[in-house]
Design a protein around this ligand. Structure first.
Ligand SMILES: C[S@@+](CC[C@H](N)C(=O)[O-])C[C@H]1O[C@@H](n2cnc3c(N)ncnc32)[C@H](O)[C@@H]1O
Length: 243
């Protein structure tokens, strides 16, 4: 049975020894230390923890899932909202040698750790980390795409301040090519997504509901939500494909 826990950085979350065991078992077989990016990912996780970053990066199986999505799309241009220690940016670039990613991070001290991790992974030349509130960077990025200075996006990962999920999604669709994929993380929100009462007090749930409901009315995309359990909680993401 799942048990509830509380930590400073993650608040209340559920864990279950079966969920953790399956993540450990599958990762040990499907992404063992012999994989070329294993050391870079491990270093990013350890260095982020040592420098005091919260343990809220997408877990390794999700990082790899996103990297495989990019492989299927033959993605060359991606955006990430919320860099943290750069773990997901490292997954995407190390497994997609032709991929460039723009990643947006609000906190200067966090961005510094991400830059260290990204440099250690040897992918600094393909990661453009923009410091500041994500909304501030978007008009310039969109203008560069409209004017042809920058390629349209193949892939977007939305994983920062959850009340802006829909805002970022809307911008991401506008900057994407037909067939591009947009993933919004954590929308299942510890199983509270469908709880109207939870949305009154919990901004993560509110932001997730606003996003799901607006995406459902958006004729520019087709979308679904995948529920997930794992070492880090009961959660899940919204995935959309741009028409
Ligand atoms: C969940 S973490 C990102 C994890 C990362 N995507 C990964 O999987 O490795 C969220 C990050 O978003 C950043 N953030 C919060 N609000 C932001 C904003 N308005 N603009 C840009 N980044 C923001 C936080 O500082 C934090 O580093």
């Amino acid at each position: 049975m799942p048990t509830r826990q509380f930590t400073e950085d993650r608040g209340e979350f559920e864990t279950d020894p079966r969920w953790t065991a399956i993540d450990e078992y599958t990762t040990s077989h499907l992404h063992p230390p012999s994989r070329p990016n294993h050391a870079a990912i491990t270093h990013a996780i350890k260095n982020s923890a040592a420098k005091g970053l919260a343990d809220i990066a997408a877990p390794s199986n999700i990082g790899k899932f996103l990297a495989l999505q990019c492989q299927m799309l033959n993605a060359k241009h991606a955006i990430e909202f919320g860099t943290l220690g750069g773990c997901t940016a490292i997954w995407l670039t190390t497994m997609n040698p032709n991929l460039k990613i723009t990643t947006l991070e609000y906190e200067a001290s966090t961005a510094e750790v991400a830059r260290e991790n990204i440099a250690n992974a040897g992918v600094s030349d393909r990661v453009d980390l923009i410091l500041g509130p994500a909304v501030d960077a978007l008009p310039r990025l969109e203008q560069e795409i409209q004017s042809g200075q920058r390629e349209k996006l193949d892939f977007a990962f939305i994983d920062s301040d959850k009340m802006n999920n829909w805002t970022y999604f809307d911008w991401a669709v506008g900057m994407s090519r037909p067939g591009a994929c947009i993933v919004v993380d954590n929308v299942v929100s510890k199983g509270n997504l469908a709880d109207a009462k939870a949305a009154e007090t919990n901004h993560m749930v509110k932001g997730a509901q606003m996003c799901v409901e607006n995406v459902g009315k958006d004729d520019r995309v087709e979308a679904m939500v995948m529920q997930i359990v794992g070492e880090k909680d009961y959660d899940g993401f919204l995935m959309a494909v741009v028409k």
